[in-house]
Write a protein that binds this ligand. Structure first.
Ligand code: NAD
Length: 290
């Protein structure tokens, strides 16, 4: 059984980016990622800080805009439009979730698609669907990089994606349908209305779980030898931990390790890929815009 560790893959991505950042800086261009955080959501603060740190380590400038939760829709849209027009900004990320009352889709519509490093703008969603170049959403794109690194081609295989969110499930399914060795899969997307999920999962050579429910996918559902990619990040109470909780995935990791041929750990798997791909998209944007 192979543990699909994200650390070395993310590190390899960062190492490939370093000379590209250097080349841009020699031309007088410092790649710049802007992160807009609205309100005080504590887990968003943690994500934003780790994005900031990872960018700076690579020589990418990170500008964080902390805006009040009481900002109006019009002012938030104006802020994003300003970033879109600013030639010193190459990447625009709006931290989700936005406080209640703000329309996230309308805010994303204001991002220049060339700077949409999350890959959430309708233009990039369309480009992804058409398998044309564009920014790919970082988490599913990270999963593809993980499969490439461990040489686990999906051609002709049955893949089951559990979850149909705009940020993970749907783009994951699109990527697995693209032509190429790490696409070309026969893809099923399962979701909360799918009956007998166990039977659907049992068909799969590749299972990608993006549900948001701790250890939901059981080992007994898996086909022996399946590759299991666990995107889930869930906190469960744990009195033995100083924080009072620990983080687990959407899959019963210990059980799956007995049945699968490869599994991503949580933490330490897909989660580490997301920020690496965000930086990669930012460097791509800086190169294309300059
Ligand atoms: P979401 O809540 O937007 O979507 C969850 C999906 O799961 C939905 O499409 C829903 O239909 C499906 N689902 C819910 N209950 C189900 C059931 N009983 N059977 C089958 N499907 C069911 O969540 P999301 O944003 O896609 O995130 C999913 C998980 O991935 C979360 O744990 C999240 O924290 C994690 N995540 C991790 C990263 C990362 O960097 N590793 C990035 C994004 C999300």
């Amino acid at each position: 059984m192979v543990h699909l560790e994200g650390k070395s893959v993310a590190e390899a991505i960062r190492q490939n980016l370093a000379p590209r950042v250097q080349a841009l800086r020699e031309k007088g261009i410092t790649p710049c990622l802007s992160v807009t955080l609205v309100g005080e959501d504590p887990s968003s603060q943690i994500y934003v800080n780790s994005k900031d740190k990872a960018a700076k380590e690579l020589g990418i400038e990170a500008k964080t805009f902390r805006l009040s939760a009481s900002i109006s829709q019009a002012d938030l849209e104006a802020h994003i439009q300003k970033l879109s027009a600013d030639p010193t900004i190459h990447g625009i990320l709006v931290q989700s979730p936005l406080p209640k009352g703000l329309d996230e889709a309308k805010v994303v519509d204001c991002i220049d698609p060339r700077k949409d490093v999350d890959g959430f703008h309708p233009t990039n969603v369309g480009l992804l669907s058409l398998d044309r170049p564009g920014h790919r959403p970082c988490t599913p794109w990270g999963v593809i990089q993980l499969l490439k690194h461990y040489n686990l081609p999906t051609t002709g295989k049955r893949a089951v994606v559990i979850g149909r969110s705009d940020i993970v499930g749907r783009p994951m399914a699109s990527l697995l349908l693209h032509k190429g060795a790490f696409g070309d899969a026969t893809v099923t997307v399962a979701h909360s209305r799918t009956p007998d999920l166990a039977a659907v999962v049992r068909e799969a050579d590749f299972v990608i779980a993006a549900i948001g429910k701790a250890r939901f996918v059981q080992a007994s559902w898996l086909k022996p030898g399946a590759v299991v990619i666990d995107v889930g990040i869930n906190r469960v109470p744990d009195e033995s931990s100083p924080k009072g909780y620990r983080v687990v995935g959407d899959v019963d990791y210990e059980g799956a390790s007995q049945v699968a041929s490869a599994v991503t750990p949580v933490p330490g798997g897909v989660g580490l890929m997301t920020i690496a791909l965000l930086l990669s998209n930012t460097v791509d944007a800086a190169e294309h815009l300059s």
